[in-house]
Write a protein that binds this ligand. Structure first.
Ligand code: NAI
Length: 480
């Protein structure tokens, strides 16, 4: 703590470098900046205490300062152990007018290269606003903050935190330990916190899946807005964002020539489509694996061969998982890969690539080339390169999606926060999407910057289509 700003970041002296990047990012985030202008006088988020768990990058820093500008008190952590840009974290803590000796910004608990223990310690810090209070809003990416509250309430109700089962992943044991310490110190902490939370806005596909499951089970504790499925989020960030940041991650990690290489993209959803285009753009030969006939047919119509992993595992040079599913590339697959094949994941969680199985192979050696780039040398002497230990490599090996596309995602986030915070009681404990007119608004805010000249419907045309001249233009079931 310094000057009442609590923080745990790598190095506050990076703040000036971070601030310079923020200044450039603001120019590339017209949606967020327009929302700042629209609401800076009325401050619809005053009284909001927002706990945010989302990659602590430069773009997220602009989001945080937007929420603060709209009146919110904010605490922040990253939702991935490798995704923090330390200069962005420092800039947020120091604030636009502070100095490293006298920080005046927002509490952040995040640094690049956390251990899992540190990660869950940081997440726990989210819930300790000043004056012993908890947050009244969550902003989540992947659902870890939401998970901690839900598990906390569940165990407080049960009166005990269970021991992890033998086949539970290591991380679950850490979550249980974090909760055991917290509940021992204050047996009703999460129950109190959950009662005050007006809602959560969730950024990504995997987090949204968790929310729909909680809602279906009847255990969702507060309303949720699914930001991911705004068209201006998943059809932009997931696709065009990854088109940029996948190649960026591969280049920064390995600098290997992508052109001419055989690349396998596992999953052809929104992220898979962007990943395939990213690799194709560099001249790689791309093949796809899918389990969904619609997405498989799409890949085929896009000119990509759809294969089984087995068909190409010993010939391909680059393997990228984008499924949001588990057990996609197993240790025995990696053993069959050719020398110096590159393996990376851009799905949200680290279970797409069987890192645990890889580490268990008898006689395997792990050589660090540099942080987040490891050579795994098999007993027969051949090796593969695994990026970011199997975690989101576009954020671990590069800096994630660029500002312009994140301005779309974060404009949705900000609007969703205003919606849930200012309308308590209007939403049930269910998962909602933003209405289409707001989705269209987010898109509209980004047109001028690109010199887009949008045609306006005539009254006659609008009547013919049976829509309003001002929109919305499409029915909810339209798929873009
Ligand atoms: P999606 O549901 O549109 O796509 C996933 C695709 O994988 C689906 O088409 C599904 O049929 C396919 N799939 C599932 N199991 C498979 C298997 N065993 N083999 C082959 N294909 C399989 O989801 P979306 O939006 O593309 O997200 C994918 C993941 O990426 C999620 O975990 C999401 O949270 C994450 N994400 C990561 C970002 C990043 O910056 N790295 C950005 C946005 C999302």
């Amino acid at each position: 703590t310094s000057n009442n700003v609590e923080y745990a970041v790598a190095d506050l002296s990076l703040a000036e470098y971070g601030r310079k990047q923020l200044r450039l990012a603001e120019h590339e985030m017209p949606g967020l900046m327009a929302i700042r202008r629209e609401y800076s006088a009325s401050k619809p988020l005053s009284g909001a205490r927002i706990a945010g768990s989302l990659h602590m990058t430069v773009q997220t820093a602009v989001l945080i300062e937007t929420l603060v500008e709209l009146g919110a008190e904010v605490r922040w952590v990253s939702c991935n152990i490798f995704s923090t840009q330390d200069e962005a974290a420092a800039a947020v803590v120091v604030g636009p007018d502070g100095t490293p000796d006298k920080p005046e910004g927002t509490p952040v608990f995040a640094w690049k290269g956390e251990t899992l223990d540190e990660y869950w310690w940081c997440t726990d810090q989210l819930f300790q606003f000043s004056g012993g209070r908890g947050p009244n809003m969550l902003l989540d990416d992947g659902g870890d903050a939401t998970l901690l509250v839900h598990k906390g309430v569940e165990f407080e109700k049960a009166g005990a935190v269970p021991q992890p089962a033998a086949d539970d992943p290591e991380e679950y044991g850490i979550i249980l330990r974090t909760l055991r310490d917290s509940i021992a110190a204050d047996p009703k902490r999460f129950t109190r916190i959950a009662e005050e939370i007006r809602g959560v806005t969730e950024e990504t596909t995997n987090g949204v899946k968790r929310l729909y499951k909680l809602a279906a089970d009847g255990t969702l504790l507060f309303p949720a807005i699914n930001v991911n499925d705004s068209v201006t989020k998943s059809k932009f960030d997931n696709k065009y964002g990854i088109r940029h940041s996948l190649a960026d991650g591969l280049n920064r990690a390995t600098d290997v020539m992508l052109g001419g290489k055989l690349a396998v993209v596992c999953g052809y959803g929104d992220v898979g489509k962007g990943a395939a285009e990213s690799l194709r753009g560099q001249g790689a030969r791309v093949v796809v694996t899918e389990i969904d006939p619609i997405c498989a047919l799409q890949a085929s119509m896009d000119g990509l061969e759809v294969v089984h992993l087995d068909d190409v595992v010993s010939r391909a040079d680059i393997f990228i998982t984008t499924t949001g599913n588990t057990d996609i590339i197993m240790a025995e697959d990696m053993a069959k890969m050719k020398h110096n094949a590159i393996v990376g994941n851009v799905g949200h969680f680290d279970n797409e690539i069987d890192m645990a199985g890889l580490a268990k192979i008898d006689g395997i050696r792990k050589v660090e080339i540099k942080p987040q780039v490891h050579e795994w040398v098999f007993p027969d002497g051949h090796a593969i390169l695994v990026l970011s230990e199997g975690r989101l490599m576009n954020l671990g090996n590069a800096t994630g999606h660029p500002s312009f596309v994140m301005s779309n995602s974060f404009a949705n986030q900000t609007i969703a926060q205003i919606e849930l915070f200012t309308k308590p009681g209007e939403y049930e404990r269910e998962v909602y999407r933003l209405p289409k007119h707001l989705d269209e608004k987010v898109a509209r805010l980004h047109l001028d910057a690109l010199g887009v000249r949008l045609t306006t419907l005539t009254k006659k045309q609008a009547e013919y289509l049976d829509v309003d001249v001002a929109g919305p233009y499409k029915p909810d079931h339209y798929r873009y």
